[in-house]
Design a protein around this ligand. Structure first.
Ligand SMILES: NC(=O)c1ccc[n+]([C@@H]2O[C@H](COP(=O)([O-])OP(=O)(O)OC[C@H]3O[C@@H](n4cnc5c(N)ncnc54)[C@H](OP(=O)(O)O)[C@@H]3O)[C@@H](O)[C@H]2O)c1
Length: 327
């Protein structure tokens, strides 16, 4: 049984986190997500408050989310809340930005993130992507320096494949720094991290898997149909003929949900990520979405249901690829 307030170790970092974290990519992001048009600060603060109230005290942000807006909004909400409620905050450094040419740029970016968040020390800091004009070791050593200087409590990587994860873990191990986690794209519609063995090998190495996009950008909530496609960039990536292909999976999720006391497809999708042994980050734009997603905790899919879901989703893995080809 996945209890809502259950905490799990984040790899060998010594940090404990809930099985679900709040993803804040859409916080302050207008172009991709419609911030300021479909929702604003009031809705986001509701999502923040609901999460904390329900024990989801782990927030995931990045310097590039809304070019600092997501971190600033989190900083604002934390300042407004009583200090004992301060959640665990993870942010990310973007080595993929072409002007990032020396290890020193990590420390400069980290200090800007801390200022926006109003914090002195981050709970978790990631290297956002292995893609960079500089080799991985430059950034792993720079993040190791930030750890040794006490600016961050734990170190993570994101979007790293197995060889890259091993390389990062080895460099850090030489400095006695544990690599806490690898944050990767993983959902019913993107199962390759499991089939490739990445998840299993990270587990063997004591590196936690933090999975992102468990709702596949909302597709797995069942609300997007050929008649009601998503707006903006998502609409271009997921055309009606692709949305139509999701129907059997959504119907199966609805059927499974009804046998667990009317759980929604979104709750089935999130529960699936957790049942597979990952800590998962779910994005929400308002309190209602946040609350519904938290309903993914407190119960578990059966092994038979997981098998049925895996099988039905296996032929749909190409749908989500269109997104990465366009962004
Ligand atoms: N490391 C990386 O490279 C990376 C990449 C991507 C994401 N992430 C992290 O992972 C987090 C989660 O991923 P994500 O936000 O991209 O995708 P997601 O969690 O799969 O989907 C989130 C979106 O689904 C919709 N939604 C959420 N809950 C819902 C509900 N209960 N009912 C109906 N619709 C709902 C909302 O958008 P609409 O209402 O507009 O549909 C929401 O913004 C991010 O916020 C970010 O922190 C990291």
């Amino acid at each position: 049984m996945i209890m809502p307030t259950q905490l799990v170790p984040l790899g060998n970092s010594g940090l404990k986190v809930p099985l679900m974290g709040m993803g804040t990519w859409a916080w302050g992001q207008k172009m991709l997500w419609g911030y300021g048009i479909e929702y604003g600060d009031k809705e986001l603060e509701e999502a923040y408050q609901v999460s904390l109230k329900e024990g989801i005290n782990f927030f995931d942000t990045a310097e590039v989310y809304g070019w600092g807006n997501s971190e600033s909004l989190l900083g604002k909400f934390m300042k407004a809340a009583p200090s004992h409620q301060r959640p665990l905050i993870a942010s990310k450094f973007a080595p993929m930005l072409p002007w990032r040419l020396t290890g020193n740029s990590l420390q400069k970016a980290l200090k800007k993130s801390l200022t926006r968040l109003g914090m002195e020390k981050l709970d978790l800091y990631y290297l956002h992507n292995p893609k960079s004009l500089r080799p991985i070791k430059t950034w792993v050593n720079a993040i190791g320096d930030a750890y040794e200087e006490g600016l961050i409590k734990s170190v993570g990587v994101s979007n790293y494949d197995l060889n890259q994860t091993r390389e990062a873990a080895d460099i850090l191990a030489k400095r006695n720094i544990p690599l806490a986690c690898n944050q990767i794209h993983y959902s019913l519609l993107h199962q390759s991290p499991e089939t490739s063995g990445l998840i299993g090998k990270c587990r063997e190495m004591g590196i936690a898997i933090v999975s992102y996009m468990p709702l596949a950008h909302g597709l797995l909530t069942g609300k997007y149909t050929p008649e009601n496609p998503p707006k903006g960039a998502r609409g271009k990536s997921y055309p009606p003929h692709q949305l139509a292909r999701l129907r059997p999976l959504i119907e199966l999720m609805q059927e499974i949900g009804s046998s667990h006391g009317d759980k929604t497809p979104a709750q089935i999708a999130v529960n699936w990520n957790i049942s597979k042994g990952t800590i998962t980050l779910v994005g929400a734009k308002n309190g209602k979405q946040a609350l519904q997603n938290i309903g993914a905790l407190g119960w578990s899919l059966t092994p038979e249901e997981i098998l049925q879901l895996d099988k039905t989703a296996s032929g749909l893995q190409d749908i989500i690829k269109a997104w990465w080809a366009k962004v």
